[in-house]
Write a protein that binds this ligand. Structure first.
Ligand code: C2E
Ligand code: MG
Ligand code: MG
Length: 754
């Protein structure tokens, strides 16, 4: 049992370890997920963002450049208009300009003449010879300037200019057209993540020429991006790019501590650079919150898992401790004798093998009981009897040593395991127990029988040791005083004999070696006729006739007695059938039935079946059951007697008075015949007035209850005379006839000669 508790405990410990291991694994997996997931998601994200930023920058740069080219080409187309114009007529020139302005959509259109003045569609004529776009126009180069103050209304404008040539290709003027400054809304822009407020056009120095963000951006019109960048290396890198003819460059930058993602794209036609510059936070914030959400979900999962593991572990440990308490209770109950509160035989099962391992000390198995404990119960009732047993347990407990243990097997039977170094210690213990029991139970004379077996071979199991102690105890039983005895070899010889009997009993029964002897029963009184007989078994083996006393006790121990009883009963039925078929009225024959039958359910019905089988009436048969059966289970005995009678059998109590029979019992039991035990008789019974007085009482009580009496063991004429005088109905004994073989009885009782 202890082992089981340990197993269960270790099971729970393992379960807890398992749960903790699972928890650790889950945390590790979560940590790996977080450390691997975030960087990998971030790198995918960066690639994606870079792609988006660069895509937008490249595609918007192309669209913007196309828009600018469109404007320049338009102006160039209108320059041919001046071929038919009188260049010396200011009005003619102005009219052409007004026409072109109306057709082209430029705010103002002007023609700078070779003498340095510009005649415009506004009606004004201004000297513009100092203007770069005029100079460059005369140099034959079309231009596009941003953020130019208009000469006609001083507003900031985008200024386009193209040379005007005559038919010979000579430059005869420069056509200029200004428009409101470029707005990114004029071009269909590809946004970044929906955002179109992040585009810029820089000149080669890095100054902002246009911005789609207007004043919202941190980088404003006119600002120089190169000087604004926090990190000098990055600034240089970008400055270099802006001046180069490289196509595009992606670069994360920092301005005033704020991080931006940027992509610069060369605009080869306009000599500018397009750029998409967007705060990283704007791009990453949605992804950032997605990552944060995922990480939080993982952390939450881990926490939930941890919480449930902790809850399960706590639950397991609480169930485990409850179970432990239950197991401990069960364990205590398992080893405890309910009545005495001390050990029961389970203690021996557990401790005996351990004792046997300690070969340094001697060990003795002691068997102890009270002679005729039934009398104690009769006298003091069951409660009183129980008190005596408890006191006896106390006596044993007080007197055994610290390495000794004991158990109650049941009833008044105890076993003690005594550890000793000198044999005298065992004698001392037995004597102490006997005298202490006398002292503790002064009201009753307790006769203790103590049998001791010294275990010399540790391989002998506890049952064998207990059996041998029992054998020793049997030798001091019913000596009318407390005594103890040691097991000796002769007892072992008895044991071997019993074993031999067991080995051959089956075969002997099959071979018909068990034989019916009949002892006649005689009427006492006027006639001394044979009125019946008792069937007594004999075992004829190897030419020797073995008396039942040598084998019935062995058969009672191993249960074989029930087979013998049925066999005897059947043999007697056969005899009765034979007499009936011979026309003889059979005399009642009694058959002994061991008390072992009492707890067998079909016992009486089986006997009735045997009678049926031979067609013999149950009234020719008597069942003898010994008085001692009443000690064991009086209620059951009463039921059995009733059942026997209900089938019509006669029933008798055998050996009445040999033990502690109670006369009281008689008035309750449905009995036909009382067989008074021969121990009442002595050779000269009349000299013993007490005995005759008792027999007289029993006989008259029985007769008042209509129970017949038969006295067993009548050996002398005097006894026969006395019993007749005392009113006993029948007699059985050597004085009349010994148990005899069947033919002899038949001759005696029925005059049948063989
Ligand atoms: P029991 O049933 O009390 O049988 C009477 C015993 O007393 C018989 O012993 C008988 O031989 C003996 N006896 C009769 N008259 C005298 C006498 O005057 N003096 C003395 N000293 N003895 C006398 P037995 O046949 O040896 O049987 C002994 C016991 O064995 C029986 O006692 C009975 O308890 C048991 N027994 C015998 N046969 C059977 C059987 O078939 N089945 C069972 N279960 N037990 C049986
Ligand atoms: Mg008998
Ligand atoms: Mg008897």
């Amino acid at each position: 049992m202890d082992k089981k508790v340990k197993q269960i405990k270790s099971g729970f410990v393992n379960a807890m370890h398992f749960f903790i291991a699972v928890l650790v694994i889950v945390i590790v997996i979560a940590a790996i997920m977080i450390t691997v997931y975030i960087p990998s998601v971030t790198s995918v994200l960066e690639e994606h963002v870079q792609g988006e930023v660069c895509n937008a920058a490249i595609s918007n740069a192309a669209a913007t450049e196309a828009y600018f080219n469109g404007n320049a080409e338009k102006l160039k187309g209108f320059s041919a208009r001046f071929n038919g114009v009188d260049m010396n007529s200011e009005d003619s020139i102005r009219n052409a300009c007004i026409e072109i302005a109306a057709a082209s959509g430029f705010r103002h259109v002007g023609l700078a003449t070779v003498n340095g003045v510009t005649i415009s569609s506004t009606g004004l004529t201004e000297n513009t010879s100092h203007r770069a776009f005029v100079k460059e126009g005369f140099a034959g180069k079309p231009t596009h300037y941003a953020n130019v103050s208009c000469d006609f209304d001083n507003k900031l404008s985008d200024m386009y200019s193209v040379p005007v040539r005559d038919r010979e290709g000579n430059i005869i003027g420069v056509l200029t057209g200004d428009s409101t400054p470029f707005s990114f809304t004029e071009v269909k822009m590809l946004g970044i993540d929906g955002d179109t407020d992040c585009f810029f056009i820089f000149d080669k120095n890095g100054s902002v020429v246009y911005t789609s963000a207007g004043n919202k951006a941190d980088i404003k019109l006119g600002d120089n991006i190169v000087t604004r960048i926090d990190d000098e290396n990055t600034a240089n890198e970008i400055g270099y790019f802006l001046n180069s003819t490289l196509d595009d460059m992606y670069k994360p930058i920092k301005i005033n501590g704020v991080e931006y993602l940027s992509c610069f794209v060369d605009m080869p036609e306009s000599q500018w650079n397009f750029a998409a510059i967007i705060p990283s936070q704007d791009v990453y914030s949605s992804f950032g919150s997605m990552i944060t959400f995922t990480v939080l979900a993982i952390v939450l999962m881990v926490l939930l898992m941890a919480a449930s593991v902790i809850a399960v572990t706590v639950k397991i440990s609480s169930v485990s401790s409850q179970l432990q308490v239950m197991l401990n209770d069960a364990l205590t109950a398992y080893y405890t004798d309910e009545l005495t509160g001390h050990g029961n035989v389970a203690v021996f099962r557990e401790k005996y093998p351990v004792s046997m391992k300690n070969t340094a000390a001697g060990h003795a198995m002691i068997s102890l009981d009270v002679d005729g404990f039934k009398a104690v119960n009769d006298l003091f009732g069951y409660e009183g009897g129980n008190e005596v047993i408890k006191k006896l347990a106390g006596v044993i407990k007080r007197n055994i040593g610290k390495n000794d243990y004991f158990a109650r097997k049941g009833g008044d039977l105890f076993y003690i395991m005594k550890e000793f170094s000198d044999k005298s210690e065992i004698d001392d213990l037995a004597n102490r127990i006997i005298s202490d029991a006398e002292y503790q139970v002064p009201d009753i004379k307790l006769n203790l029988s103590i049998g001791i077996y010294i275990i010399e071979n540790p391989n002998i199991n506890s049952r064998v040791a207990a059996d041998r102690a029992d054998m020793a105890r049997d030798t001091v039983k019913n000596t009318k005083q407390s005594r103890f005895a040691f097991f000796d070899a002769s007892m072992l010889e008895q044991l071997r004999r019993e074993k031999r009997i067991e080995d051959i009993m089956e075969d002997s029964l099959a071979l018909g070696e068990f034989i019916v002897y009949l002892q006649p029963k005689y009427a006492l009184g006027e006639s001394n006729d044979v009125v019946g007989a008792e069937a007594l078994v004999r075992w004829l083996h190897d030419g020797k006739l073995i008396p039942p006393g040598d084998f019935i006790p062995v058969f009672e121990k191993n249960g074989f007695v029930t087979r013998i009883d049925y066999y005897m009963f059947e043999e007697v039925c056969k005899l009765q059938k034979k007499y009936i078929s011979m026309g003889i009225k059979p005399k009642i024959i009694s058959v002994n039935m061991s008390r072992v039958h009492i707890n067998k359910t079909h016992f009486v019905a089986d006997l009735a079946d045997i009678c049926d089988k031979y067609g013999v009436s149950t009234k020719y048969l008597e069942i003898e059951i010994t008085e001692s059966a009443a000690y064991e289970n009086p209620i059951k005995l009463y039921e059995i007697f009733k059942e026997i009678k209900s089938y019509g059998f006669h029933v008798s109590i055998d050996d009445f008075g040999s033990g502690y029979s109670s006369l009281n019992m008689l008035k309750d039991l449905p009995v036909d015949v009382l067989k008074i035990d021969r121990s009442f008789l002595t050779k000269n019974a009349d000299e013993h007035e007490n005995a005759s007085l008792i027999i007289g009482c029993v006989v008259s009580l029985a007769s008042s209850l209509s129970i017949h009496t038969i006295c067993e063991g009548i050996e002398t004429k005097e006894q026969a005379v006395l019993l007749t005088k005392l009113g006993c109905n029948m007699a059985q004994g050597f004085f009349f006839a010994r148990p005899m073989p069947v033919p002899e009885f038949e001759k005696l009782a029925y005059g049948i000669s063989a």
